[in-house]
Design a protein around this ligand. Structure first.
Ligand code: MG
Length: 246
């Protein structure tokens, strides 16, 4: 029965193809569905019309403490949100699947004694699980898969495009969430593309699983998740954060 149905399906498709006239350009054009119009930002980095603004420099209303979902205890000053060491990570109240994220960060002024992972460390956890590292990697040695724009402890950035201390960095992150089968196995892994200060540093990188400090990645089954920003004890600042679900 199944074979018969397949055969009929195949013949129908063949018939359909035969009926199409590929000598005409119109045969390979379609108008439906129409493409939605979006007004781009006025300048590079500014949110387009369909973006959800997560932080505009004035209010941290879209954010909560990751620890207890209470109010954010980071410092909101001068249009930036700055880590207050020991107050904990913060995360968006909303959760997201596939997205395009724009975020800007600045390393704090720190003495030369602050080195390696201790220099301007923070991080952006995609779906609360996968860390794109934030670090002052300007003339600062550390392990390659732990420097700025690495997928932490997995994939180093293609190049180091970190701005010098005091300058702002931009990340444009395109993230595709993992898909899981009903039995919990991975149907397709998560991937991430990161553009750092206009330079591609992660190019459709496959995410192996959670970005663990110790041990290999884990692969928990999950749905949508928040954007989480790390408190690693360094006063890293963030500004101009917006997201578009894809
Ligand atoms: Mg970090």
């Amino acid at each position: 029965m199944k074979k018969t149905l397949l055969l009929i399906g195949g013949l129908c498709q063949a018939g359909l193809l035969a009926a199409q006239d590929f000598t005409k350009p119109q045969t390979t054009e379609f108008y439906d569905p129409k493409v939605k119009v979006v007004t781009p930002g006025a300048a590079y980095g500014q949110p387009p019309s369909d973006a959800l603004v997560l932080f505009d420099g004035k209010s941290a209303d879209q954010w909560e403490a990751a620890r207890d979902k209470g109010p954010v205890k980071w410092k909101l000053d001068n249009g930036a949100l700055t880590v207050v060491g020991g107050s904990g990570d913060i995360q968006t109240k909303q959760v997201f699947g596939d997205f395009q994220l724009h975020i800007e960060w600045q390393s704090p002024q720190e003495p030369e004694t602050a080195k390696g992972q201790g220099r301007g460390n923070s991080g952006i956890f995609l779906q609360g699980l996968y860390e794109v590292q934030v670090l002052n990697s300007y003339q600062n040695e550390t392990y390659s898969n732990g420097q700025a724009a690495s997928l932490y402890k997995q994939t180093p950035p293609l190049v180091n495009a970190t701005a010098k201390m005091g300058d702002w960095n931009t990340y444009d992150i395109i993230y595709i969430a993992p898909r899981f089968r009903r039995n919990g196995s991975v149907e397709s892994p998560a991937t991430v593309t990161v553009i750092h200060n206009g330079v591609v540093v992660q190019n459709h990188t496959v995410i192996q699983g959670t970005t663990e400090y110790i041990g290999p990645p884990k692969q928990p089954v999950h749905g949508k998740g928040p954007i989480r920003l790390q408190d690693h004890g360094n006063a890293v600042s963030y500004r101009n954060i917006w997201i578009r679900e894809l």
